[in-house]
Design a binder for this molecule. Structure first.
Ligand code: SF4
Ligand code: SF4
Length: 204
């Protein structure tokens, strides 16, 4: 949930953080960059490419190719069946990157497809949420950021598919690169695009 909302006032307070185990966390490059910057971690250490399937149809505009038939989504790595950043404290769980966690984590368990706040269709919280006015306003602001950031991501992907990937394929003649090698190039490409956006001050 959002910054400014006290955890003791929301159901997460007494939860075993099922959401951090149940779902794969899909990211925008901005989420990725914020984590990288805050933790000084290499992107490849916490980011992976998750195969795009029909279960993730709502993320289809953000699916990318690594040169083969498969499409992938940018996501946080997992370990022992939960998000790599989940810390277990006894039976409870806490986010290890709470201040700069991805926007999808910040907004869960709500969605905003129509511009107003709704409970997410796959809501797994053990306790019902009461949405206060302040919570609704903060959540809608997260959705607005998220929309802008994913919009930039789509533009990056257009360049990746139209310019960068064909260039990589052309240079590959005679040596076949694995999907993982191409993914490392994709992360480098996203990093360069984010830095360029930041220099233009058009985002973040
Ligand atoms: S499952 Fe729901 S209540 Fe539990 S941590 Fe996640 S958002 Fe909070
Ligand atoms: S980043 Fe934090 S809130 Fe999001 S799934 Fe991982 S541990 Fe949970």
């Amino acid at each position: 949930m959002n910054r400014g909302i006290k955890i003791k006032n929301i159901p997460c307070h007494e939860c075993i953080t099922s959401c951090c185990s149940e779902f794969t966390v899909f990211l925008s490059p901005c989420d990725m960059f914020r984590i990288h910057k805050a933790l000084k971690l290499e992107m490849k250490d916490f980011i992976t490419a998750t195969r795009f399937t029909k279960e993730n149809l709502s993320y289809s505009p953000y699916a990318f190719s690594l040169g083969g038939k498969e499409r992938y989504l940018l996501s946080l790595k997992r370990k022992r069946n939960h998000c790599i950043f989940l810390m277990r404290i006894g039976k409870q769980g806490r986010c290890g990157i709470h201040g700069f966690r991805p926007n999808v984590c910040r907004s869960y368990p709500f969605s905003s497809e129509t511009g107003s706040l709704k409970r997410a269709s796959q809501m797994i919280c053990p306790t019902a949420w009461t949405i206060s006015k302040i919570m609704a306003a903060k959540s809608l602001s997260v959705f607005s950021h998220m929309k802008n950031e994913f919009f930039s991501f789509q533009a990056f992907l257009d360049t990746w598919h139209a310019v960068e990937l064909p260039k990589i394929k052309k240079n590959q003649i005679g040596k076949i690169e694995s999907a993982n090698q191409v993914f490392m190039k994709f992360l480098d490409f996203l990093f360069r695009m984010i830095i360029a956006e930041r220099m233009k001050k058009t985002a973040w």
